[in-house]
Design a protein around this ligand. Structure first.
Ligand SMILES: Nc1nc2c(ncn2[C@@H]2O[C@H](COP(=O)(O)OP(=O)(O)OP(=O)(O)O)[C@@H](O)[C@H]2O)c(=O)[nH]1
Ligand SMILES: [Mg+2]
Length: 330
C-alpha cells in the first residue's frame, strides 16, 4: 500500500496571484498570472493600481500585497484626509510627467511632480504634448523652460495627433516594464495612450476653450497592455500635486540648490543671513534663480507639515482606541 503524507502547509486551493489593473470603490480588478480576470473586494489592505497581489483562497478578497518596488505617492487632497497617503501608481519603472505645450507654463507644478517621481523609485521623463498646436520655436522655448527645473531629466516633445515624437515613448516603454502617465487634466495623457495602443482604449474629451483646462475625463487609474509588451498606467488628471513625506525627492529635484549649498561655510546654513553663504551669493550673481530657493523652502515646509499630520493622526487613532496599546505578555 502507498503511503500518502500531506504537508500541514499544503494549500487546499491553488494560489491566485496577479496584478491590480483598476480600482473602483472598494473593488479591485486583478489580471491573474494565468490571464483570467478577477474582481475582488479590498478589505483591510491598502491597494494601488499596479500592485502584485495574492487573492484569498475563496477568491473573495486580496490577502497579500507583494512588496512594492516603486510607488508614486501623494498626500490625499480632500478635506478630512490629513496625514493620509494615496498611492497613485505602483511598481512602475518610468513615470512620464505630462505637460501640454499650449497650456500656461507651470514650472512650479513640474517641481512638485519631480519630487514625487524621484521619491517613487521610478525614473522621471517629461513629456510635452500637442506640439502640433504651436510652431517649432515655441516648442523649443517651452522645452527649455521645463528643462530649467527638470535637471538631468529627458524632455520629449510630441504630438499624439500627428504622431511626431511618439516613437521615443515607444522606445522607452520596452517589453516587461511599466510606465505611468501623470499630469493635469486635459494635457493629453489618454490621447497618447490611444496613440501608443493604436486604437481607442481610453476615453478623451475636449479641453475648455478659454484656458485649455481638461474636464477630468479619466476617472480611475488603469493599467493597459501595450502592443510591445509593456504596461502603461493612465491616471486621472491630478488637481493638486500634494507632497507626501519625501526621502530623496527634494534633494534630487533641487540638485542645483543642494550642489551650491555644499560650498556654504556652515553645514547647517539656512541661506538667510549667514556669513559665506554660497546660495545667497549664487542668487546675487544670477547663477541661481531666487524662486528656486523659495520653491524648495515651500516644499520642505509642506513635507514637514505632512509628517506632523501623520503623527497627529496616529495620536488621534490611539485616543479613539483604534489601536490598542501593546500590553506586556503575562
Ligand atoms: N492638437 C492636439 N490635441 C491633443 C493632443 N493630445 C491630446 N489632445 C486633445 O486634448 C484634449 C484632452 O485630451 P485627453 O487625452 O482627454 O487628456 P487627459 O490628460 O487624458 O485628461 P484627463 O483624463 O481629464 O486627465 C482632447 O481634446 C485631445 O484631442 C495632441 O497631440 N494634439
Ligand atoms: Mg485621461
Amino acid at each position: 500500500m502507498e503511503t500518502h503524507v500531506t504537508s500541514p502547509h499544503a494549500r487546499e486551493f491553488p494560489v491566485l496571484h496577479g496584478r491590480v489593473t483598476r480600482l473602483d470603490r472598494g473593488w479591485s480588478t486583478v489580471l491573474l498570472d494565468d490571464g483570467q480576470v478577477a474582481r475582488v473586494r479590498n478589505i483591510g489592505v491598502e491597494i494601488a493600481v499596479g500592485d502584485m497581489v495574492t487573492i484569498s483562497s475563496d477568491g473573495e478578497r486580496i490577502d497579500f500585497v507583494d512588496p512594492r518596488r516603486s510607488a508614486l505617492t501623494r498626500r490625499q487632497s480632500f478635506e478630512g484626509a490629513r496625514g493620509v497617503r494615496q498611492i497613485v501608481a505602483s511598481n512602475i519603472d518610468i513615470v512620464f510627467l505630462v505637460h501640454a505645450v499650449n497650456a500656461p507654463l507651470n514650472q512650479r507644478r513640474l517641481e512638485r511632480e519631480l519630487v514625487l517621481a524621484f521619491d517613487s523609485g521610478a525614473q522621471p521623463v517629461v513629456i510635452l504634448t500637442k506640439s502640433d498646436t504651436v510652431d517649432a520655436d515655441e516648442v523649443a522655448k517651452v522645452r527649455s523652460s521645463l528643462s530649467e527645473v527638470a535637471l538631468d531629466v529627458e524632455v520629449i516633445a510630441l504630438s499624439s495627433r500627428s504622431g511626431a515624437g511618439v516613437e521615443r515613448v515607444r522606445e522607452l516603454a520596452v517589453e516587461g516594464i511599466t510606465v505611468a502617465f501623470i499630469g493635469a487634466s486635459g494635457v493629453g495623457k489618454s490621447t497618447l495612450v490611444n496613440a501608443l495602443v493604436g486604437h481607442e482604449v481610453q476615453r478623451t474629451a475636449e479641453v475648455r476653450e478659454d484656458d485649455q483646462r481638461g474636464r477630468h475625463t479619466t476617472v480611475a487609474a488603469e493599467l493597459i497592455a501595450l502592443p510591445g509588451g509593456a504596461w502603461l498606467l493612465d491616471t486621472p488628471g491630478l488637481r493638486a500635486v500634494t507632497l507626501w513625506t519625501s526621502g530623496i525627492g527634494i534633494e534630487r529635484a533641487f540638485r542645483d540648490v543642494f550642489d551650491i549649498a555644499e560650498k556654504c561655510r556652515f553645514r547647517d546654513c539656512k541661506h538667510l543671513d549667514e556669513p559665506d553663504c554660497a546660495v545667497t551669493a549664487a542668487i546675487a550673481s544670477g547663477e541661481l534663480a531666487e524662486i528656486r530657493l523659495e520653491s524648495m523652502r515651500r516644499l520642505v515646509a509642506e513635507e514637514l507639515s505632512v509628517e506632523e499630520e501623520q503623527v497627529e493622526r496616529e495620536r488621534a487613532q490611539d485616543r479613539r482606541g483604534f489601536r490598542r496599546p501593546r500590553l506586556p505578555k503575562t
